[in-house]
Design a protein around this ligand. Structure first.
Ligand code: DGJ
Length: 378
């Protein structure tokens, strides 16, 4: 009798405990999203890795207030089996101590971390946008770190500006030796835009490496990986092939949307075609998303316009893209992952996840107050 009573009480206690953080079964875009301990998920500008049956979500650990957009902690990792319920796996890449002089020292800017797995080396490779401490957004570098385990800890290897001394594959010969410089042109004039599109900044940065700000990674079916980044003062996207170990650049790269002013690139593949969702450049404020399609990753890319439809489409439902997640085990199921930034209190930034629909070959995004993965079975 006593044993039965104790058992019943234990059950009651655990049900009550479970009830506090009841399992989530739906996505609620823009709302507080609690992890399994009841804390709002802290993984902004995130990316996803699926490995051995588990999803790993990596993102910027933000802190409170405006200064919370700086890297005060590092890159955080969460894991999940079902995409709704996320376990905090801790800090995957910690910042280095203040005053250490490391590129990733506390107070630098670490944004949009993405992790991919290299099957031949067995290593997990993280790339991220890095701005050096005290230099605003001028450094425009990309950083790389590596780990033996998906959740880390990751070891920082180096940061760089990619593709020094190499020309894009889609860059006409005469543009390489043009002598036009920034000083010759009025910024933002039509003549300036034309020269930007014809390599003004590529030539300027040829020796030192190209700028790299907002970035994403993509691993193709043949195992080749690509680093996609906003370069040339955010005016043009660069798509760069990574070395076989994913730790460096091969020097093969292409320009995409020259002078098109794109940020927040998220690349995915469906039915042999490459798709990319991007945003315009308006700081932390949302703007209209853009979408593109290509038969080859290095282009040419064709614009498909704003994928968002309906009310809120002109500001992408108050969000900015960060990643497109192919849902495992479901055909043609892709989730648009985006951030609703809160620059005044960075830690309160929200996540906007929406299903991608396809209409006449174009990706479409519609607002859903709530939704679940069943959406893809309809
Ligand atoms: C927009 C970018 O997409 C973000 O990652 C961040 O760099 C902000 N700009 C900074 O203003």
């Amino acid at each position: 009798m006593i044993r039965t009573t104790i058992l019943a009480m234990a059950c009651l206690i655990s049900i009550t405990a479970l009830g506090q953080h009841a399992k989530q079964q739906r996505f609620s875009p823009g709302k507080i999203w609690e992890d399994t301990e009841g804390t709002h998920i802290n993984a902004h500008g995130g990316g996803m890795l699926f490995h051995n049956g588990t999803y790993y979500w990596f993102g910027e650990h933000k802190t409170a207030g405006r200064g919370g957009n700086r890297a005060n902690v590092g890159v955080r990792c969460y894991s999940s089996q079902d995409l709704y319920n996320w376990t905090n796996e801790g800090v995957a890449l910690p910042v280095a101590a203040e005053g250490s002089g490391s590129d990733i020292e506390k107070g630098s800017v670490i944004e949009r971390p993405k992790v991919i797995y290299n099957a031949s080396t067995g290593k997990f490779v993280m790339w991220f946008h890095l701005e050096l401490k005290g230099q605003g957004y001028n450094a425009a570098r990309t950083g790389v770190a590596v780990s033996d385990r998906p959740e880390g800890p990751y070891t920082f290897l180096r940061s760089l500006r990619p593709n020094a001394g190499t020309w894009p594959v889609n860059f006409p010969e005469p543009w390489k030796s043009k002598e036009v410089t920034e000083a010759d042109l009025e910024a933002w004039s039509p003549a300036w835009r034309k020269e930007v599109a014809e390599g003004l900044f590529i030539r300027r940065d040829f020796g030192t490496g190209q700028m790299s700000r907002d970035m994403g990674l993509f691993v193709d079916d043949d195992g080749k990986a690509y680093h996609i980044h906003s370069a040339e003062e955010n005016l043009t996207l660069h798509i760069s092939e990574l070395t076989d170990d994913y730790l460096g650049f091969t020097g093969k790269w292409a320009v995409m949307e020259p002078a098109g002013h794109n940020e927040a690139p998220a690349l995915f593949k469906k039915d042999g075609k490459y798709y990319m969702v991007t945003s315009g450049c308006t700081g932390w404020d949302p703007n209209a998303a853009r979408s593109f399609v290509a038969d080859h990753i290095m282009g040419p890319w064709k614009s498909l316009g704003n994928p968002a439809k309906g009310e809120g489409a002109s500001i992408t439902f108050d969000s900015q893209s960060t990643y497109v997640l192919p849902v495992q085990g479901k055909e043609d199921a892709f989730i648009f992952m985006a951030d609703r930034w809160e620059p005044q209190n960075a830690i309160d930034g929200r996540y906007v996840w929406l299903p991608i629909e396809f209409n006449e070959g174009k990706p479409e995004l519609k607002w859903h107050e709530e939704w679940s993965l069943d959406f893809f079975d309809q």
